[in-house]
Design a protein around this ligand. Structure first.
Ligand SMILES: Nc1ncnc2c1ncn2[C@@H]1O[C@H](COP(=O)(O)OP(=O)(O)O)[C@@H](O)[C@H]1O
Ligand SMILES: [Mg+2]
Length: 213
């Protein structure tokens, strides 16, 4: 049976790293949904939750679950659950354990826990290295709203997790912590005996995924 794994955690805790590593273990059987892809349009002030950025502009509040299009996310999850061959749908993002309709669908709930100082350092490095962005604005936004939003909307969702993963561990260690939880979902049941050909007891042995940990 197909199930949903929700992976939550703070910004730069390692959610996407873990979710992508998981999906690489079994790409044909795992559908990956990034909540980052489901923000409401950032140019429509009538949608989502808005805030004032540290440089004085009205902007969509990326750190608020009310800025996610929850209907679109649930539609995507439900469509992925019906896709042939999919055994596991992984939903990863800040609010994977805060959005009620995602939590309701999740058979397994994981929170990637990484200390705030490490998350902030990773985020600032990413801003500088990947986006060539002046980190001062991110730091001011973090002080102005980001830190409080994490405390209000992300950190409390840790209590909804079946498993808390140490986000300072290596990628392989994070994977090894999660696999026992979802491994059985990735092992398809043996096919029923083939009656069409009249071969009694004949079964197809499905490919059992091999996890390269
Ligand atoms: N377990 C880890 N150990 C060291 N660095 C990590 C680990 N997980 C993620 N990172 C690094 O931290 C940054 C943020 O990771 P990412 O998975 O994108 O976080 P998130 O999706 O939670 O925002 C990336 O540069 C990534 O390479
Ligand atoms: Mg991410």
């Amino acid at each position: 049976m197909t199930g949903v794994l929700a992976v939550a955690g703070g910004t730069a805790s390692g959610k996407s790293t873990l979710a992508e590593a998981l999906s690489l273990q079994c790409p044909e059987s795992i559908a990956l949904i990034h909540l980052d892809d489901y923000y409401v349009p950032a140019h429509d002030p009538l949608k989502g939750v808005w805030t004032v950025s540290a440089d004085g502009h009205a902007v969509l509040d990326w750190n608020h679950p009310g800025s996610i299009d929850e209907t679109a996310v649930t539609r995507a999850i439900d469509a992925a659950l019906l896709r042939p061959g999919v055994l596991l749908v992984v939903v990863e993002g800040l609010f994977a354990l805060s959005l009620p309709s995602v939590v309701r669908r999740a058979a397994w709930r994981v929170y990637v826990d990484t200390p705030d100082d490490i998350r902030l350092a990773r985020k600032i490095l990413r801003k500088i290295e990947a986006q060539r962005q002046d980190p001062r604005l991110s730091l001011r936004n973090y002080l102005q709203t980001g830190r409080d939003r994490h405390a209000a909307h992300v950190a409390p969702s840790r209590s909804a997790a079946d498993l808390v993963v140490d986000g300072t561990a290596s990628e392989a260690e994070m994977l090894a912590a999660v696999m026992p939880l979802i491994g059985p979902a990735l092992t398809p049941l043996p096919a029923a005996p083939s009656r069409a050909r009249g071969v009694r007891g004949a079964t197809r042995t499905p490919g059992i995924p091999v996890f390269a940990l």
